[in-house]
Design a protein around this ligand. Structure first.
Ligand code: PMP
Length: 388
């Protein structure tokens, strides 16, 4: 028997063999000429993947929360006002981080779990307050809800605020055009759709965000996150010069460069399309199995993950049976509904077979918990779209 489990959680995801090979190669010095070349190339490729040709990329060892911290530490000065467009768990965290660096934070909440704050409410808030920053979570990983990042970017521009986009569950999976959409800073973490094992915080700051940093009157209240320390390092690697502030995560950066190369070989638009297609097939299957989802409408549902509610009479014991059938999915995260739903990630190198295998395991699990349903209905619905 093969003892392989397919990992279908919303990060870490499964990585390509070439990415894993880079992780296992002999570690070089951080100033070895071949590493300098790779780091420099990875920084150049970040601009293309974030679609932010004039942005300043930062690649720093840490998780996605460090990327959030970097945004807050470098852009907030004590007394600044910040608006958080709150669509769930990770928007709460962003609000706490902005507050930690001295911002006065106002939140515009989604009216219900599975919904997003109305654009009119965001606009009303922007008109009322003299905000410096507006932050939002592109895809909230706790609810699988996606906000309209393009519209929020446009609102941010109109009202002269710096926009911060948490793209941890979106970059390189969900459509994001940072520069065209007027987003001033976006970030992700390596373990998600960008396809590298956990351990890198990946940030791209546009010219206005860098300008705000350069105009700061107070020092950055976080030594490790301070761009004053990291900007010369990123510039040096891009200019192919040796430099040092903190030891970079050498193997992760080799792996990042491989993954960014794979993403650009696929083509960023083709990649967005693949995510959309696989997502539609998966969600069609969930619907065909009679399961509801956390996002309240299909236009609110992300392409990188799905959050189905358990059918009546089924609980989280289902996840054990899905695992037994060979696929690992994630439990609920949003505190208000934690035990009523589960989450399936489908991002990065995910393919059609992964989608079908996950649905096969889900159907097997449903049968094993005694749920009555039309066996094969989910697989058929997905396959009908995938064979088109
Ligand atoms: N923001 C979002 C949208 C996330 O999904 C996550 C992680 N799941 C984070 C931030 C935090 O990232 P990390 O767990 O890597 O610190």
């Amino acid at each position: 028997m093969k003892d392989r489990k397919l990992l279908m959680i919303p990060g870490p995801i499964e990585f390509t063999p070439d990415v894993m090979l880079a992780m296992g190669m002999p570690t070089t010095s951080h100033i070895a000429p071949n590493f300098i070349e790779v780091f420099g190339e990875a920084l150049e490729r970040m601009r293309h993947v974030f679609l932010c040709p004039d942005g300043q990329p930062f690649v720093i060892a840490g998780s996605g929360t460090l990327a959030m911290d970097i945004a807050g530490a470098n852009l907030v000065e004590p007394g600044d006002r910040a608006l958080v467009v709150n669509s769930g768990y990770f928007s709460d965290r962003m609000g706490a981080i902005l507050e930690r660096y001295g911002a006065t934070v106002t939140q515009v909440h989604a009216p219900a779990v599975g919904d997003v704050p109305a654009l009119e409410d965001v606009e009303t808030a922007l008109k009322k307050g003299a905000y410096k920053i507006m932050a939002f979570t592109h895809v909230d990983t706790s609810t699988a809800v996606v906000v309209d990042a393009k519209a929020l970017g446009a609102l941010g521009r109109e009202h002269g605020v710096l926009t911060i986009l948490d793209g941890v569950c979106s970059v390189a999976g969900e459509e994001l055009r940072q520069e065209d959409w007027g987003i001033d800073l976006s970030f992700t973490a390596s373990q998600k759709a960008i396809g590298v094992p956990p351990g890198l915080a990946l940030v791209v700051a546009g010219p206005r965000a860098m300008g705000a940093f350069h105009e700061r009157k107070s020092p950055v209240g976080n030594y490790y996150a301070d761009w004053a320390n990291w900007l010369p390092i990123m510039q040096a690697y891009e200019e192919r010069r040796p430099s040092y502030f903190g030891t970079p995560a050498v193997n992760l950066i080799w792996a990042l460069n491989v993954s960014l190369g794979q993403i650009l070989d696929e083509g960023i638009d083709a990649r967005f399309l693949r995510h959309r297609r696989l997502n539609q097939a998966f969600k069609a299957a969930i619907g065909a199995l009679g399961m509801k989802q956390v996002p309240l409408g299909s236009e609110l549902a992300a392409n990188t993950l799905t959050a189905p509610y358990y059918p009546d009479g089924v609980d989280k014991a289902l996840l054990g049976h899905i695992k037994e059938a060979g696929v690992i999915v994630a439990g609920g995260l949003h505190p208000e509904i934690r035990d009523r739903y589960f989450r399936v990630g489908h991002m990065g190198a995910v393919n059609e077979s992964d989608i079908l295998m996950t649905l096969g395991a889900l159907e097997k699990g449903l049968a094993q918990v005694g749920h009555s349903f039309d066996a094969g209905a989910g697989l058929a619905a997905a396959q009908a779209l995938l064979t088109q």
